[in-house]
Design a protein around this ligand. Structure first.
Ligand SMILES: [Zn+2]
Length: 450
């Protein structure tokens, strides 16, 4: 009889109640709600686990919860975050975002998939390991931050100041992770970078009667013309010199794509789209998805957008744009290229405002011990073989916390295809949650044995 399984089964109700308790504490970084309370909760739970844990203060930033437990030849860093996205729009939730209600075998709560489920699952798995298996065969270092959802603004500073504490890690189990649309666990070995900017066009000092548009510049048109120079209808990014910085994927990176079974028909049906951009399919589709940068208009605003007509000449227009970055694009480089590109086309009047600190690209070697241990563990625990993504399409602070310190990272977690992170009715399936504990146990054993 597997003692680990016996322990997990015996503590099932308490484990679920504890996850609910974490989910019922709001911790919205963007709104500065409940962040301190949540940090205290994480600290208390790590101390209860037996970890040597403390809060690390960052001037102007959220507390980082740091904890160490176990000993062994290898050191495993576990990175998670205790902050969550804002819950709005509230009216689209079937049960409240902080209710942590259970329906149809799923727990619904803001942050349960991203990332409290993984955080609590990992802590409980280690509790079960200590209680049922014995001493940990690796040293574990928890880094749990509270600003991931607002761009981990202070984490690079944390990583720099605590380099001596962190750099001995041999690998990192990164936050997040899910099964794909065909129930295959996804292991991600990297993240795209990101930079987020606002473009502002200014017209007259106030809104004017639209008859004056004959002689007074319209900022909505200025912005539209400027935006139209950034991308071509066939989805090519046209910013001067931008694409020349994109490193072509290596043959090994292309091979990694060929091994990814991506169910295009199911994904298109789920999103309600007839085709992907440029009718891409197969390896070309995945190449664009994972190895190419994006330039996305995330928001666009000007003038009157209420009901009926209002003949107004707006005095201001702005757009919010994010760029997802791949090697060798960096946030600073992109902002610089964008400004020069606009200036060269006579759009110096359009102000480029940096809204968040950017994040750099990170990629871990596919043959690093942590990645190999994760593949072995997933093969041992899950019904379906894992899919290895050489990089995820999303972003996070993997560069400062791991890559810059020479620590390879892999992400794997207890979400599923329809976990709806960042959206209403975010959820994890209870069985995935418990399966995740067995993955953590297997990962610890295999990483120690590598
Ligand atoms: Zn998130």
């Amino acid at each position: 009889m597997d003692k680990f399984k016996t322990y997990v089964d015996a503590n099932r109700d308490r484990f679920i109640a504890e996850l609910q308790d974490f989910c019922r504490q709001p911790s919205v970084a963007a709104q500065n709600i409940g962040i301190r309370e949540m940090a205290q909760k994480v600290l208390a739970r790590l101390q209860q686990l037996g970890a040597n844990a403390r809060l690390i203060e960052l001037p102007g930033g959220a507390l980082v919860v740091y904890g160490e437990i176990g000993s062994g030849k290898r050191t495993l860093m576990i990175y998670d975050h205790y902050d969550v996205q804002p819950p709005e729009p509230l009216e689209l939730w079937e049960t409240g975002p902080w209710d942590a209600a259970i329906r149809d075998g799923k727990l619904f709560a803001r942050g349960v998939a991203d990332n409290k489920g993984n955080l609590v699952c990992r802590i409980q798995a280690i509790e079960a390991y200590l209680a049922a298996v014995g001493a940990l065969p690796v040293k574990i270092k928890f880094v749990v931050e509270g600003e991931e959802e607002i761009g981990s603004v202070h984490l690079p500073q944390f990583a720099k100041e605590n380099r001596a504490l962190l750099e001995s890690a041999d690998g990192c189990l990164w936050e997040s992770g899910s099964k794909d649309i065909n129930e295959r666990p996804i292991l991600g070995c990297g993240l795209k970078g990101i930079v987020y900017v606002e473009l502002h066009a200014q017209g007259a000092i106030r809104d004017l009667h639209s008859s004056l548009a004959a002689i007074v510049p319209d900022p909505a048109w200025r912005l539209t013309w400027a935006l139209s120079t950034l991308k071509y209808a066939h989805d090519h990014i046209l910013i001067d010199d931008f694409m020349s910085h994109v490193r072509a994927p290596t043959p090994a990176e292309m091979d990694a794509l060929k091994a990814i079974p991506y169910d295009e028909e199911k994904v298109k049906a789920d999103y309600g789209i007839a085709a992907f951009i440029c009718n891409l399919t197969g390896v070309e589709l995945l190449k664009k998805y994972l190895y190419e940068p994006t330039c996305t208009i995330c928001g666009l605003y000007s003038g009157y957008i209420g009901e009926g007509s209002k003949t107004v000449l707006p005095n201001h227009a702005f757009a919010k744009i994010d760029f997802r970055l791949v090697p060798n694009l960096t946030p600073d480089l992109v902002v610089d290229l964008l400004k020069k590109h606009l200036a060269r086309r006579g759009f110096s009047d359009i102000e480029v405002k940096l809204t968040e600190t950017g994040e750099e690209v990170a990629r871990s070697p596919l043959d690093s011990p942590i990645v190999r241990a994760a593949i072995d563990a997933a093969n041992a625990v899950y019904a379906n073989a894992p899919i290895i993504y050489p990089t995820a399409a999303g972003s996070g602070p993997m560069y400062p916390l791991c890559q810059a310190l020479g620590i390879p990272a892999v992400n794997a977690g207890c979400g599923w295809y329809d976990s709806r992170a960042h959206a209403p009715n975010e959820n994890v399936r209870i069985e995935d949650y418990f399966e995740g504990m067995f993955f953590v146990r297997a990962l610890i054993d295999r990483f120690a044995a590598m």
